[in-house]
Design a protein around this ligand. Structure first.
Ligand SMILES: *Cc1c(COP(=O)(O)O)cnc(C)c1O
Length: 390
């Protein structure tokens, strides 16, 4: 069966050009980049090139890039680094819609480690309450962590503006930019952002490589303590093949950012417009303007997202639901709950996330298949039945 892959915010296809660059590092160039001989020196040289390419994509300098294993490690490293660098400060400021990589860590620090955490709310369109955020920065705030773009709705936050304010108020500013890198042009040199997380497998690099940007001069403490790798900022022998792949993927992302914002955006818009036109009682979750070009979260009233996904799966269509099934009861996603999306819509929400590897044919297939699926499910919907009773 053909796979129609529309779940690129979960992970992406490794670009063939990236795989090609990686393979020799499993076979021929297996040297440890920290070793002294020339054989390993070549690996170190390629690692350095990957660092430059990664830095270039985000407008940073190579020394400001620390390679990690994933976005989650970058997020944890950033938050722990700030807490360790300012041990007398016990407050963390973040948002209600962060990825679990930040959200669960902050909940843990609050529940088990004695930190006070403020989760800034969003409005119905998914925009942050900036007044609330600024009002809650205190002298006790060690770090403010706000994602650049939301993984479920695609809504973009004004992190450059927020960083400017946070910096003036004396706290560290970190952004989880895992969804934004490669989709939004950025030049970190012109911002007050202190730390930024990115993840390889969200931008057509392999799983197993991520990066943390650490602005020159930012106080830092390593999360993985060990050897002198990464200038003492992250112990552990580098995942050389994946990092070389990340470098290549960053180079490609720079070249394709234009296509993401034109062709991919147009495909997303077509999918959305057609579905909204053909299927009644359907809404877009989050603001439709200030949003990543590849993401749409569509709420279908009176249907369960899980059922839609199962039927799409039968056709080889990969998408994702906004809800996670917890112990038999369907729990709507924390993001959609934070937006105040009504129960009947949150439960029936599906996220489609595209990439440069999607074609018109992919989108036409979904536009053709999805409306009859929704119609069928609505006929047997328990939500519908409840609605009719009341
Ligand atoms: C996927 C994702 C992460 C986690 O990245 P991993 O590399 O899977 O650990 C963090 N934040 C956001 C916004 C994400 O979409």
């Amino acid at each position: 069966m053909n796979i129609t892959y529309l779940d690129n915010n979960a992970t992406t296809r490794t670009a063939p050009e990236v795989v090609e660059k990686m393979l020799p590092f499993y076979t021929e160039y297996y040297g440890n980049p920290s070793s002294m001989y020339g054989f390993a020196g070549y690996v170190a040289k390629k690692l350095a090139e990957a660092r430059i390419k990664t830095a270039q994509l985000i407008g940073a300098s190579a020394e400001e890039i620390v390679f990690t294993s994933c976005g989650t490690e970058s997020d944890s490293t950033a938050i722990y680094a700030a807490l360790q660098s300012y041990p007398h400060k016990k407050h963390i400021l973040t948002t209600r819609v962060e990825h679990p990589a930040v959200k669960s860590l902050c909940e843990h620090l609050s529940a088990k480690k004695g930190y006070r955490v403020t989760f800034v709310p969003v409005d119905g369109k998914g925009f942050l309450d900036l007044d609330y955020l600024y009002d809650h920065i205190t002298d006790d705030t060690a770090i403010v962590s706000v994602m650049w773009a939301n993984n479920e709705t695609g809504v973009i936050f004004p992190v450059e503006d927020i960083a400017r304010v946070v910096k003036k108020r004396g706290a560290v500013f970190h952004t989880d930019a895992v969804q934004a890198v490669g989709k939004i042009p950025m030049n970190l040199a012109d911002t007050d952002i202190d730390m930024l997380s990115l993840s390889g497998h969200k931008l057509h690099a392999p799983k197993g490589a991520g990066a943390l940007y650490i602005r020159k001069g930012t106080k830092f403490a390593p999360f993985l303590i060990g050897g002198h790798q990464e200038k003492g900022r992250r112990g552990g022998t580098e995942n050389t093949a994946s990092i070389v792949g990340l470098g290549k993927a960053c180079e490609l992302a720079g070249e394709r950012i234009e296509e993401e914002n034109t062709r991919v955006r147009a495909l997303r818009d077509k999918l959305e417009t057609e579905i909204l036109k053909q299927v009644p009682h359907t809404v877009i979750n989050g603001d439709i303007h200030n949003r990543l070009p590849n993401t749409t979260s569509i709420g279908f009233e009176y249907v369960e997202g899980e059922s839609i996904l199962l039927m799409l799966n039968e056709l080889g269509i990969c998408a994702s639901s906004g809800s996670a099934c917890t112990s038999g009861s369907l729990e709507p996603s924390h993001v959609l709950r934070a937006l105040g999306v009504p129960f009947t819509i949150a439960h029936g929400s599906i996220r489609f996330s595209l990439s440069v590897y999607n074609s018109d044919a992919d989108i036409d297939f979904v536009i053709e298949q999805l409306p009859p699926i929704i119609e069928k499910l609505r006929m047997i919907s328990p939500f519908r039945a409840q609605e009719n009773q009341t």
